[in-house]
Design a protein around this ligand. Structure first.
Ligand code: PLP
Length: 504
């Protein structure tokens, strides 16, 4: 216990911080070791966690290291029981939210340095390391050289999330279309029916969409049978809007949709934009590869990149499937000028000679907030620790496990694949029984998922895929493989559990 003077601010002494820090790292490593001993989904009801927390803030602080005993106890007794274990090797829900040792150490370092990297001058290393790590990603993923920070007009930046990246892309697109095609004609954005909800949110924030039901200014375009955007339907919508005097300004294509991992073909979309004159008038093509982008580290998974020449911006989330803890979205553009046009403001108190010289990057002009953390550190440590080869091995193993899972599904007549496997995502379900109504099949699948998750042994989530042609709308289960510690045994155990529950 430290000796404290009356009225003195009770900071942790350096030695106390060290000891507690060692212990906390130990606790985290121990948590990772214990992951398989917890129910994957938190078995709590709303309010259970809050009921175990004091209603009022503490009057007096903790008494040094000894006082911190209570914190470690609360982690075990309050926090863990109310935690859904995303890091469990048997967590297969939504998309993964990978965490790795190097990333956590980078996060800790970022917190310890406490740098505010809003301007180059407030964080030279924060800025230049980020630019370099983003350039490394361009090379690792096989993205166009026009996205490099060293290219004449492009560059990459870390955003908090794919949602923020889409918003930033959209405001940049709006600035550019206003400059290149001035006027009052209403702006219209386009994406497939399978686009992530963040597109609509971005349009609402930008004032492009009136509200969430505004389908005039955010048009969702029909898909083909694989749930990829139908380019002919896009062309019809754009042509119709141009004839009605509107300004098509933004198209969001998805590589790996959230529902089923579908891929929009960039080549034909780019051709539609060129043919309709949208490109020439300043229209913007953004690519959301939030989850699937990580797989681009493997050359064999780069088919979706065909047509990237027409793309103005691209983003993916290393915080999903590239071993980097939330938050970390990698956003690239070939038109950084449009970002600056949309987002730069220079108040007197931020003026400085480096910015005035025009020779530095001030990342505050590339994002919504002013302040920014040194997030590049965690990505830097991940890329250095694993290297290209390690990252490739990691992605390939998950894809291999998904292939195994598909093989098992194919051998059991009670189940069927809902769509072809996309990388490490398998959408599957209990097949319809002869003459069974589709609502009844859906209900059996819903019940199976609930029973499965109630076991606490695994966690999966679901989606609803729209009907196409003769095929009805379908409720399907999603098996998203991508945990840092997921191995074949976990995937097999999940399949065996599914088989057992299906026969009950
Ligand atoms: C997960 C996901 C998002 C949202 O990701 P955040 O980084 O949490 O904003 C956006 N688009 C797609 C396709 C996604 O799968």
């Amino acid at each position: 216990m430290s000796e404290k003077q009356e009225g003195a601010v009770p900071h942790l002494a350096a030695e106390e911080f060290r000891q507690l820090g060692y212990r906390m790292v130990d606790w985290i490593a121990g948590y990772w070791d214990r992951l398989e001993s917890f129910p994957v989904r938190a078995p709590v009801a709303p309010g259970d966690v809050a009921a175990r927390l004091p209603p009022h803030p503490p009057e007096q602080g903790l008494d040094g290291e000894k006082g911190w005993e209570a914190v470690f106890q609360d982690l075990e007794q309050v926090v863990l029981p109310g935690t859904t274990h995303w890091q469990s090797p048997s967590f297969f829900g939504y998309f993964p939210a990978n965490v790795s040792g190097p990333a956590v150490l980078g996060e800790l370092l970022s917190a310890g340095l406490g740098v505010q990297g809003m301007l180059w001058s407030t964080g030279p290393a924060c800025t230049e390391l980020e630019a370099r790590v983003m350039d490394w990603l361009v090379e690792l993923l096989g993205l166009p050289a026009s996205f490099l920070s060293t290219s004449p007009t492009g560059g990459g930046v870390i955003q908090g999330s794919a949602s923020e990246a889409t918003l930033v892309a959209m405001v940049a697109a709006r600035a550019r279309i206003r400059r290149m095609s001035p006027g009052d004609a209403p702006l219209v954005a386009y994406a497939s029916t399978q686009v992530h909800s963040s597109l609509l949110k971005a349009a609402m924030l930008c004032g492009v969409a009136r509200d969430a039901s505004d389908t005039t200014h955010v048009r969702t375009i029909a898909t083909d049978a694989t749930y990829g955007l139908n380019p002919e339907a896009l062309e019809r919508a754009i042509t119709e809007d141009l004839a009605a005097g509107k300004r098509p300004f933004f198209v969001c294509a998805t590589l790996g949709t959230t529902s089923s991992g579908a891929v929009d073909r960039l080549g034909p979309i780019g051709e539609v934009l060129a043919r309709t004159g949208v490109t020439a008038s300043g229209g913007w093509l953004h690519v959301d590869a939030a989850w699937a982008g990580a797989a681009l580290v493997c050359p064999e998974f780069r088919e979706g990149l065909a047509g990237m020449e027409a793309v103005d911006s691209f983003c993916f989330d290393p915080h999903k499937w590239l071993l980097t803890n939330f938050d970390c979205d990698a956003f690239f553009t070939r038109d950084r000028g449009a970002l600056l046009e949309a987002l730069s403001v220079m108040p007197e108190y931020l003026r400085n000679t480096a910015s005035a010289s025009g020779s530095v990057t001030d990342y505050r002009d590339w994002q919504v907030p002013l302040g920014r953390r040194f997030r590049a550190l965690k990505l830097w440590l991940v890329l250095r620790h694993y290297g290209r080869q390690g990252l490739q091995a990691y992605i390939r193993e998950h894809v291999r496990l998904a292939q195994r899972f598909v093989g098992w599904v194919a051998q059991d007549a009670r189940f069927e694949l809902a769509v072809p496997r996309s990388l490490a995502l398998v959408c599957f379900r209990l097949a319809a029984r002869p003459a069974e109504a589709s609502a009844a099949t859906d209900a059996r699948n819903r019940a199976l998922l609930e029973r499965l998750n109630a076991t606490g042994e695994v966690f999966l989530s679901h989606t609803v895929l729209p009907g196409v042609g003769e095929r009805p709308t379908r409720y399907v289960l999603r098996m998203a493989i991508g945990g840092t510690r997921t191995q074949e045994g976990h995937v097999r155990a999940c399949w065996e559990l599914l088989q057992r529950l299906a026969s009950e």
